[in-house]
Design a protein around this ligand. Structure first.
Ligand SMILES: [Zn+2]
Length: 219
């Protein structure tokens, strides 16, 4: 496979994080997720680090300029690794002006010819069910999605720990996330759609079938 940049979009609970991991493993791509990056940034004790803790703990979103600045820093570092195969971008395009700035950054760092944009689509009802019913291991923190075989699990398959509902998976916070998606992320999706860059994947099938559908569109 030639060098590749994969942008993943999808409603909350669509399983794009899982697909990102599978893609990174298969093609030896680097994972660039805004969630992971922001969690790391929170640990720096400066104004932004401390403010991110406050804002994100209240369920707020990090401002776009912070998300994009952190992405730029990461892309700059990747330029020092010429052998890298590419990366998967997860979560830096939640709103339309982030999508535009991500394009600018990819263009600046000369990845723009290698970008594929996927939407892992599930219906709102399915999103809601997956988010209200998914569980987390109390011991190791692993998230257990509400899909396929995982629904039957009684204990964590990794460590045997007890499975509980995640603290921030309350109905009001889930509704807030779904509303945010409808209000903002759909505009970003339309931005790619209008340019005929959006590849739609049916997210309501088993994890391995979603993955196969994505793979059909790569190479
Ligand atoms: Zn566990």
């Amino acid at each position: 496979m030639s060098k590749q940049v994969i942008i993943l979009l999808g409603p909350p609970g669509s399983g794009k994080g899982t697909q990102a991991k599978l893609l990174c493993k298969k093609f030896k791509l680097k994972y660039i997720g805004s969630g992971k990056t922001l969690r790391a940034r929170q640990k720096v004790s400066d104004f932004t680090g401390e403010k991110l803790i406050k804002v994100l703990n209240k369920g707020g979103l990090a401002p776009s300029f912070v998300v994009i600045k952190l992405l730029g820093d990461q892309l700059e570092k990747l330029k020092k690794q010429p052998k890298i195969n590419g990366f998967v971008l997860d979560g830096c395009t939640r709103i339309i002006h982030e999508a535009i700035l991500v394009d600018e950054a990819l263009n600046w760092y000369e990845w723009d010819k290698k970008v594929k944009v996927f939407l892992i689509n599930i219906r709102r009802r399915e999103s809601f069910n997956r988010l209200t019913k998914r569980r987390q291991c109390k011991k190791c923190g692993r998230l257990i999605p509400w899909v396929g075989e995982f629904k039957k699990l009684k204990k964590c398959y990794q460590c045997g720990g007890e499975l509980v509902t995640r603290a921030d998976d309350t109905i009001p916070s889930i509704e807030k996330r779904l509303e945010e998606y409808k209000k903002e992320t759909l505009k970003s999706i339309n931005y790619y759609k209008k340019q005929r860059r959006l590849i739609k994947i049916n997210g309501e099938q088993p994890i391995e079938d979603v993955f196969k559908e994505i793979l059909k569109n790569i190479k």
